[in-house]
Design a binder for this molecule. Structure first.
Ligand SMILES: Nc1ncnc2c1ncn2[C@@H]1O[C@H](COP(=O)(O)OP(=O)(O)OP(=O)(O)O)[C@@H](O)[C@H]1O
Length: 279
């Protein structure tokens, strides 16, 4: 990592499901979509590189199966990469490939330097435990021990995401979908990670609830200056939130740049279809 304001660098990252064969490892142009016609290996993510800058929101857009979630899971160590490098400014000032560090160090990075908000709140929350307990769990994992401080931090973040404090000891299973996402956001932010990863966080919510959650994300970015990666199949959401955007198709980046430029002058035929579909 070189430039000072880069908080994350991804270099030539790939993920294959399957061993691959001589044919598809040497020449990915033989793939049918992202699948090798000879051996059936899925090339879910192929040689992706990008930088995330301090305070920016980077969008990753593409249709179902294009590799968005797989890429996000690798960044949060939910999934192992097949090849490539991953650098974080918050870890050894970007000098070490964090794909290669021990599993204990990866856990520390997850707990202290990254926040993740999943499409399905069941993946990010213990749905039967209270919102406050969910936040405390993340804080303890990040090294906190002082109960008073943890409670104060929990209150602060629940208020920030508009969860009434009168309900902080209630389990999120009793909450609406929008409220569950807001608790997930509070939990993900509670250790003040420099980077927040958001994977299809408004998919499945009513339009008005979706708008509230998107507004909250923008507000948090403005207030806290946290850098974000937003994955969505919906270009309208990307347009609302993201400074820069990468378009994925069959595991590859086919276009990237300033979001407004991509929307105004899409170069790739697939991006043109995406853009025209929201006009
Ligand atoms: N565990 C797995 N085993 C085999 N193939 C997988 C696995 N996980 C994902 N894939 C394949 O990898 C490709 C990329 O999937 P991924 O979930 O990353 O796409 P996506 O763009 O996030 O789609 P969606 O929006 O539907 O979640 C798909 O072809 C998918 O079938």
């Amino acid at each position: 990592m070189s430039t000072n304001d880069i908080v994350m660098s991804i270099r030539d990252v790939s993920k294959r499901f399957g061993e691959g064969c001589e044919a598809c490892r040497e020449d990915t142009s033989i793939l049918n979509g992202n699948i090798c016609p000879d051996c059936g290996t899925v090339h879910a993510v192929r040689d992706i590189s990008f930088d995330l800058h301090e305070g920016e929101i980077l969008g990753i857009v593409g249709e179902s199966g294009s590799g968005k979630s797989t890429l996000m899971k690798m960044m949060y160590f939910d999934q192992e990469n097949t090849s490539g490098d991953y650098y974080l400014r918050s870890y050894e000032n970007g000098a070490e490939n964090v794909f290669d560090v021990s599993s204990q160090k990866k856990r520390e990075i997850r707990n202290e330097q990254l926040g993740m908000v999943y499409q399905n709140p069941l993946h990010g929350l213990k749905i039967n435990f209270s919102s406050m307990t969910n936040i405390a769990e993340k804080l303890i994992a990040g090294g906190s021990r002082n109960v008073g401080e943890m409670t104060a931090r929990g209150d602060m973040f629940l208020e920030k995401v508009n969860i009434p404090l009168s309900r902080k000891f209630e389990a999120p299973k009793n909450f609406s979908g929008g409220m569950q996402q807001r608790v997930q956001i509070a939990k993900a932010l509670s250790n003040y990670p420099p980077i927040l990863l958001l994977d299809e966080v408004t998919t499945g919510l009513d339009l008005s609830v979706q708008a509230d959650v998107l507004e909250l994300i923008k507000e948090i970015q403005r207030e806290m200056g946290v850098s974000m990666i937003v994955v969505s199949h919906d270009l309208a959401i990307i347009r609302m939130l993201c400074d820069r955007t990468m378009v994925l198709l069959n595991g590859e980046v086919i276009e990237s740049g300033i979001t407004d430029q991509i929307l105004e002058d899409p170069q790739h035929e697939y991006t043109q279809q995406l853009v025209y579909s929201i006009l």
